[in-house]
Design a protein around this ligand. Structure first.
Ligand code: CA
Length: 474
């Protein structure tokens, strides 16, 4: 009897020691203990469209698991209010204006300048320097030219599509390769790419991307890995299967119902991924970030940005503040609510710090760990900036004060702490000047856009008459 107590004690002690050793190893950046990284990025999902931000008609139990297991950010931002530039910022940890990625890129596979400049280092490129296996899944949107594709930007594997959006039903994926693409939106119908090969997908697109993420974890769980899981849901076209639509008979608005079903499909995928990590006992060594790439275009896809003003494309809060959560069980306390402003650029900074990687370029994000572990009680950012070059629009957030100029000749000042919906502009000319100066100082080093964007499709066609000629087939 005494013997078995001793055995139990020894097992418990060993388990504690193992746990301590793991935490200490991570803290000391032992390369064998580098954490796995998963970024789950949704597309055009509204701030209010997750359970942890109070959504009532769409339940998202699995996305909520991330927030409940770790931290929900009530003031989590992206660096732009539409897809392409937001992704360029996220994947480089730098304001995309630093390198002229200030527009949504056009689909132009022949153009070696229409994409994320090769001078930039992606998070995958950074992590590959210390032995991570990296996979990009879903929407790429950082350039369709050969040189810009995921396998040439630090990813070991890719499963997805190159353009800014895609059809979800497999029977709609009718174009065999890029030689059959002759307009911007033809790319929505291409067959998917598995690395460099076109494949015949049988599943609803969101399910396919979840499946591939789970399979990658199964193949790579013994080494550090990074998954960039960029769902195109719930970006248009609004398409959902009966399996998911059937969950929302309580929603009468057809558009909202389909949108809800698309979000629910993502939620199932997140659940499958979380279950797999737990099954393999690697959940406590895996950081999972969840966020949307920009605010919801409410009229377009029936998303809901809750009390935030405006939506996708705007520099008011609804365009740039997004649902944002992170879990790292055992390290980050459960159920944390972090209210100070943070930005998607911080993901890069946090990850390279944990993985102990020296970055190629100067980054703009901040390592969030000291703030989340309550070792630093200050604001992670003195100021955060947004620039829309074409609309001559700008925004600055300095702690709780925001200066914004969007579709208005005047700059407006808001206190977001008591006016989250940006309804009542403050009158403080000295503060306006001060923040304008900070913006100018930040903007001074930015580049003008290096390519024409989605809004210049016709202009681009007239300047590039060979846009659709002699495209490499794959
Ligand atoms: Ca988007």
């Amino acid at each position: 009897m005494r013997h078995s107590y001793a055995l139990i004690f020894a097992i418990v002690l060993t388990s504690c020691v193992n746990k301590m050793t793991k935490v200490e190893a991570i803290a000391s950046k032992d390369k064998n203990s580098r954490p796995n990284i998963i970024i789950v990025l949704t597309d055009d999902q509204g701030y209010g469209d997750v359970g942890f931000n109070g959504c009532k008609d769409i339940i998202t139990p699995n996305i909520d698991r991330i927030a409940n297991n770790g931290v929900m950010f009530t003031n989590g931002y992206v660096s732009y209010s539409v897809c392409g530039p937001s992704r360029a910022g996220l994947i480089t940890g730098r304001y995309q204006d630093r390198f002229g990625f200030s527009r949504n890129p056009l689909f132009a596979p022949n153009d070696p300048n229409m994409g994320l400049p090769l001078s930039e280092e992606t998070l995958a490129e950074a992590l590959s320097k210390v032995g991570y296996k990296n996979m990009a899944i879903g929407k790429w949107h950082l350039g369709a030219h050969e040189s810009f594709r995921p396998l040439n930007r630090g990813f070991d594997e890719f499963y997805g599509f190159l353009s800014g959006g895609h059809n979800y039903f497999p029977e709609k994926l009718i174009r065999n390769n890029l030689s059959e693409v002759t307009s911007q939106f033809d790319a929505y119908n291409t067959k998917l790419l598995s690395n460099d090969s076109r494949v015949e997908e049988q599943d609803y697109l969101t399910d396919a991307f979840s499946r591939e993420a789970v399979k990658f974890v199964e193949r790579n769980h013994e080494n550090p890995f990074f998954i960039y899981l960029a769902y195109n849901a719930p970006h248009g076209p609004l398409q959902a299967t009966e399996k998911y639509l059937n969950r929302f008979s309580h929603i009468k608005n057809k558009k909202r119902k389909t949108y809800a079903a698309m979000v629910s499909a993502v939620d199932d995928g997140v659940g499958e991924l979380l279950d797999k990590l737990e099954e393999l006992n690697i959940d406590d060594n895996t950081l999972i970030f969840f966020l949307s790439d920009n605010g919801g275009p409410e009229k377009h896809n029936a998303s809901d940005n809750a009390i935030l003003r405006d939506g996708k494309g705007s520099l008011y809060e609804g365009g740039i503040r997004v649902p944002f959560a992170l879990q790292w069980p055992g390290i980050i306390p459960k159920g944390l609510v972090y209210n100070k402003p943070i930005i998607s650029l911080d993901i890069f900074a946090t990850v390279v710090s944990l993985a102990d990687v020296t970055t190629k370029n100067q980054i703009d994000g901040v390592n969030l760990m000291p703030y989340l572990l309550n070792k630093n009680k200050e604001y992670p950012h003195e100021q955060m900036f947004w620039r829309m070059y074409d609309g001559k629009s700008l925004a600055i957030r300095s702690k709780n004060i925001k200066l914004v100029k969007y579709k208005s000749p005047e700059k407006q000042l808001y206190n977001l702490e008591n006016d989250t919906s940006e309804t009542t502009a403050l009158n403080d000319s000295i503060l306006t000047i001060k923040l304008s100066c900070a913006y100018n100082e930040w903007n001074y080093k930015n580049l003008n856009p290096i390519f024409l964007g989605l809004k210049h499709d016709k202009q681009y066609d007239s300047l590039h008459v060979d846009r659709w000629n002699n495209i490499k087939k794959h």
